[in-house]
Structures are given as structure tokens and as C-alpha cells.
Design a protein around this ligand. Structure first.
Ligand SMILES: Cc1ncc(COP(=O)(O)O)c(C=O)c1O
Length: 352
């Protein structure tokens, strides 16, 4: 079969391949834990499920505007402002079919043959292939365990060439859990502005941070409007991977281009899922610390003395279930601690 050059440039997403293989084994009765996808093993919170059921009952089953229903675009901007300190308006927001789709669309409208895209490594496996599909060349900047896998502005500046069009910065990072501190993030923004490079912040794990880190968005920094693009998703924060809702925040002209592209591909994201996401954005977020605590718990080794459990050391610096782990800073176990609130929430959950 004669396929296009662009499809031959990429490989099937390794996570999708692992999911398919795991499903095959499960259907044969094999008892396995699938660490392929970054997938919360929590159910979607009840209030979100109820909102979707209500939407079905109210026949919210028609096409919606391509960029998403206006209440959702407004709610995403309000949530992002409240949680992460930005100031976007609905016209600077588009709803897509998951964060991956959002990233794919951004690459499609900004990257072409001859462009370079900087990606700190280790990276989420889909980034390079999405860049290649768009015609760009991924350029990797290594991050190191001793730096907590956090990339430095100086390393980014060294990697920039006249061909560089965009930097993907995924913080907290999948797979390393590395977090870029706000001051370093701002230095990176300054470098990007100096060289007219787009800074795309992938915030899909924004709320999976452990002390001393806090959820942070570069969109809260002064002067971030012109060249910053934010990718977000309800997949991880609200345990909604299968609902497929993600979003992009950025300059209005970019959002218009994304709407144009989407209008000729998927059209709107699923209407019912949009109403579920609307509830996620407007409703309580108490399930987030519960999940965080559980992931923090799993990412540590525990020692038992009598009836007392104590944390020993972080487990192999990698997440269980493919989630970013709290990484130890300076080799100590300190960075491994989830917040006290999170552990309280976990205790409550374990008592139930
Ligand atoms: C770093 C990163 N960004 C984006 C995504 C996309 O998530 P989704 O398409 O489910 O919103 C993932 C999913 O695993 C991810 O790990």
C-alpha cells in the first residue's frame, strides 16, 4: 500500500500499543497491571457523571460550536484564572478532543517543514511523533536526575537555532515528574521571547505536584500573552481520560486558526463530554488531593515496624501507573512527601 510520507514518518503511539497488547492479554485471562498509559485508576467523580447523565436526558446531543460550548470555554478560563492565575477570555480558548488532540492541532497550525521544536528529555512519547507528522524536527534537551529532571533556561537557549519555532514544556513532566520552578520558567519565557520562539506549556498534570511545588502556569507571568500557548485537559485531574476533553489557551488569532482546522476534522468535541467537563470546571475538586495522596503513597517504599508503617525511600524514581512521581530533591526522601492534606485525605479514604 502506498501511504503518505507524513504517516510513514511516525510510529504508532507506544502507549496505545501497550494498551492494545494489555487488552489482548486480559481477554485471555492473564492477570496483569498495565503501566502503559498515564491513567488514573479512579472513577470519574459522581457529580461529573451526573452532569453527563443530565445532559443526555436533556437531549444535549446536537452539534455544538466547533470551539466548544460557550459556558465551557468561559468556565475553563475562570478555572484557569482561579487555579493558576491567568486571565484568558473565552475567545482565547478552544475545546478539543483531549490534550493530545489539542497538541496535535497546535503543531498542525504552527509547525512546517524546516521548523525545529525543542523537547526536554525524557519526554512523553507522543511529542516527537506529533512534531514529525507536522513536518518539524524534534530537538531534545537532556534533563538530569540530579537536577530533578528540571530543564534550565541556559540549556534551552543553547539548543535554539534560527530554525527553532516552538518549545514544549511539560511541567510536571510525564514521565519524570520533573517540575520547572516558577523563576526558571520565567527565565525560559524570557529566552523564548528574545528568540521569537513559541512556548507551549503542557499542563495536563498541573495539579499533580508535591511539596514544595505548587500548581503553576507560565500564563500567570507578566508578558506571557504573545508567545505562550497553554494545553490543558480534564483527563488526569478529574479522572476523565475516556471522555476526551482537552483545551488550548492562547492568542485569539491562534485560536481562530485552531477552530478552522478543527472545523474540517473532528468538528466539536462530544457534546455530552463537554457538559461533563463543564461540571468538572465549576464543581468541587476534593477528589484531587485524594488521588494525589494515593499516587504519593504508591511511589514510596514503606517499612513496617509492628503496626506502624513509615516511609523508607522513593521507588525507583519513576511513577507507578505512569504518573509523575514526587522526586526526591538532593537524593533525600523529602521530595517524596505529598502534602499533609493529601495524606489526611488518603487516611480518610482508606478508612471508608
Ligand atoms: C504529558 C502529556 N500531555 C498530554 C497528554 C494527553 O492527555 P489527554 O489526551 O488524555 O488529555 C498526556 C497523556 O498521557 C500526557 O502524558
Amino acid at each position: 500500500m502506498q501511504l503518505t510520507d507524513r504517516i510513514n514518518r511516525i510510529q504508532i503511539s507506544p502507549t496505545a500499543a501497550v494498551i492494545a497488547e494489555a487488552d489482548k492479554l486480559k481477554s485471555r485471562g492473564v492477570d496483569i497491571a498495565d503501566f502503559g498509559p498515564g491513567e488514573p485508576d479512579f472513577p470519574t467523580p459522581d457529580h461529573i457523571k451526573m452532569a453527563a447523565i443530565k445532559a443526555i436526558e436533556e437531549n444535549k446531543s446536537k452539534y455544538t460550536p466547533t470551539g466548544g460550548i460557550m459556558p465551557l470555554r468561559e468556565a475553563i478560563c475562570a478555572w484557569h484564572k482561579r487555579e493558576l492565575g491567568s486571565s484568558y477570555e473565552a475567545k482565547e480558548c478552544i475545546v478539543s478532543v483531549g490534550g493530545k488532540h489539542s497538541i496535535f492541532n497546535v503543531m498542525s497550525v504552527l509547525i512546517q517543514l524546516g521548523n525545529e521544536v525543542i523537547i526536554p528529555a525524557p519526554y512523553w512519547v507522543s511529542f516527537p511523533d506529533i512534531v514529525k507528522y507536522a513536518g518539524g524536527t524534534p530537538v531534545f534537551v537532556e534533563t538530569k536526575p540530579e537536577d530533578g529532571f528540571s530543564v534550565k533556561a541556559s540549556a534551552i537557549e543553547k539548543a535554539i537555532t534560527p530554525k527553532t519555532k516552538l518549545l514544549i514544556l511539560n511541567s510536571p513532566s510525564n514521565p519524570t515528574g520533573g517540575v520547572v520552578a516558577p523563576d526558571e520558567f520565567e527565565r525560559i519565557l524570557t529566552v523564548c521571547k528574545k528568540h521569537s520562539v513559541w512556548l507551549m506549556g503542557d499542563e495536563c498534570y498541573s495539579h499533580f505536584t508535591y511539596e514544595p511545588h505548587k500548581p503553576y502556569s507560565i500564563a500567570s507571568a507578566a508578558g506571557s500573552r504573545e508567545n505562550v500557548i497553554i494545553i490543558g485537559s480534564v483527563s488526569k485531574t478529574f479522572a476523565m481520560t475516556g471522555w476526551r476533553i482537552g483545551y488550548t489557551l492562547g492568542p485569539e488569532a491562534l485560536i481562530q486558526a485552531l477552530i478552522k482546522l478543527q472545523s474540517q476534522s473532528t468538528s466539536n468535541a462530544t457534546s455530552i463530554a463537554q457538559y461533563a467537563a463543564l461540571e468538572a470546571m465549576r464543581g468541587p475538586m476534593e477528589t484531587v488531593p485524594v488521588m494525589l495522596a494515593e499516587y504519593g503513597f504508591r511511589s514510596c517504599c514503606w517499612k513496617r515496624r509492628g503496626s506502624h508503617w513509615s516511609r523508607a525511600k522513593p521507588l525507583a524514581r519513576r511513577a507507578t501507573c505512569g504518573f509523575p512521581t514526587p522526586l526526591p530533591s538532593n537524593g533525600s526522601t523529602k521530595g517524596c512527601a505529598a502534602s499533609n492534606d493529601s495524606f489526611r485525605a488518603l487516611k480518610l479514604r482508606r478508612k471508608q
